[in-house]
Design a protein. Structure first.
Length: 470
């Protein structure tokens, strides 16, 4: 072997690359000193110069330039995060993850990029820009590796923003758009076997939201399937109780009180401190004639609501109205009047509270007060009924409108009938008969016949007892 020749080649190689090594050492160190002094822009220019070298001849120099550039950008991003310049931090990290994937700084860049996006997303969420928030988060997710630090939080933000966007779409009655959105989210969580608890909770929210979209758009079979999916697949998540509550609403719409009661009982079992669920159960038990059970639960409901009233400042009238209903079921009519009055003092147009007040006044033997309240109800219902009737006439194909008109008609008839009963108690039998006849649609045929016969009999006896003037 010719060792002399090998030695000459090695020396020649060292002579060729020596300038590069020297340049690499001095310029890289200078850039590091500039970074230490916070002079990122000057350091960047040095790294650009190193990267501009010929890749074939000076690969080591170019690599050092790329490593240095990526590290410099990450340090810039970190400094920007510290001073809350989140957009600047994001821009620096995006450059690293796009152009410097092969560098040691890539992992940190991914982490800081997610951190910056989460901060930006929080601001977007606060300003109601849910669509933009979700879009930006998805764009960042596409740039970084799946296991990057902060990825679960980013996924949660995507779902949270999308859920808020979906809720807005539902409020705007854009049910098809909301449905598509929730289906896309749910597809990401189709298999929950190996996902985190947070992801499972998000998946349950999406499934519940789909049920809500289907229910509001009258796709009953799909709504039932979505809600039942929640109660089976996600029975240990917070939305399971809400799904049971919505199933209760759907069963009630079908006049299936047995299944409605079973559904709302499940909701109460899952969330016994939820006064909304317990109120629905109490009302349904009372409607089904299960008085003892209704009264037992009404006592528990009152305790929950009394605590809520102490802590609630918004929508307090709802709690007070429900307290009035609970007192009615318990037979505490005077107390019920007090609670309904409190609710109406906060919201004078609250129909539910006004209906409850009229019934409580009647049972409390304040018949004059009940008459005034029933008249107020009829006055409030009249424009609602007229508007619904006009819409139904314009759209005769709508069964929903026709159903609403019929429900309003029966409810107004019931008020007339109740007025008749109050007038009977006040001894005004002719007026009582007139009101009861107006209210025949609001009660059963049997009740109407018995009442009319009774009032007619009393009126006749009164007429016979009046002496004939001479």
């Amino acid at each position: 072997m010719n060792y002399s020749k090998i030695t000459l080649v090695a020396v020649a190689f060292l002579i060729c690359v020596a300038p590069s090594w020297g340049e690499l050492s001095s310029k890289a160190k200078k850039a590091e000193r500039l970074i230490a002094d916070g002079k990122f822009s000057e350091a960047v220019e040095i790294y650009k110069g190193l990267m501009a070298k010929n890749q074939q001849k000076e690969a080591v120099v170019v690599k050092e330039g790329r490593e240095g550039m990526a590290a410099c950008l990450v340090l810039q991003a970190k400094a920007a995060l510290t001073t809350k310049k989140f957009e600047d931090a994001k821009a620096a990290c995006v450059e690293v993850v796009k152009a410097y994937k092969d560098t040691a700084a890539f992992k940190d860049a991914s982490k800081y990029l997610i951190g910056a996006q989460l901060e930006i997303s929080a601001q977007l969420m606060a300003s109601g820009k849910f669509d933009e928030c979700a879009a930006q988060c998805r764009a960042v997710k596409a740039l970084v590796p799946p296991g990057s630090e902060g990825m679960p939080a980013l996924n949660h933000m995507i779902v949270d923003a999308s859920m808020k966007l979906g809720e807005d779409l539902i409020k705007q009655q854009k049910h098809e758009d909301a449905q598509l959105l929730f289906e896309n989210i749910a597809a990401e969580f189709a298999d929950i076997a190996d996902i985190s608890a947070v992801a499972k909770q998000n998946a349950s929210k999406c499934s519940y939201a789909l049920g809500l979209c289907f229910r509001l758009s009258k796709q009953r079979d799909k709504a039932f399937a979505a809600y039942q999916n929640v109660t089976v697949k996600y029975k240990d998540t917070p939305v399971a109780a809400a799904a049971y509550s919505d199933l209760y609403i759907m069963y009630k719409e079908q006049n299936d009180n047995t299944n409605a009661l079973n559904a709302i009982k499940q909701a109460v079992t899952l969330e016994p401190a939820n006064s909304d669920f317990l109120f629905k159960e109490v009302e349904l038990l009372a409607d089904m004639g299960k008085t003892e059970d209704a009264q037992k639960n009404a006592s528990v409901l009152l305790a929950l609501l009394q605590d809520e009233v102490q802590r609630t400042y918004l929508n307090k009238e709802i709690a007070q109205y429900r307290m009035g209903e609970a007192q009615l079921i318990l037979g505490n009519f005077t107390e019920a009047v007090v609670e309904f009055d409190k609710a109406l003092a906060r919201n004078p147009s609250m129909l539910d509270a006004k209906r409850g007040l009229a019934l409580a006044q009647f049972n409390d033997k304040n018949f004059s007060g009940a008459l005034v309240t029933y008249d107020a109800l009829l006055n409030q219902y009249s424009p609602i009924f007229s508007d619904a009737s006009q819409k139904a006439s314009a759209d005769q194909a709508s069964t929903e409108l026709a159903k609403k008109v019929e429900e309003l008609r029966k409810e107004m008839a019931f008020f007339h009938f109740q007025k008749g009963l109050a007038l009977e108690q006040l001894g005004e039998y002719d007026k009582a008969l007139s009101e009861c006849r107006l209210g025949l649609e609001g009660v059963s045929t049997k009740d109407a016949a018995v009442t009319l016969k009774r009032i007619q009999g009393v009126a006749q006896k009164k007429a016979e007892s009046v002496p004939i003037p001479k």
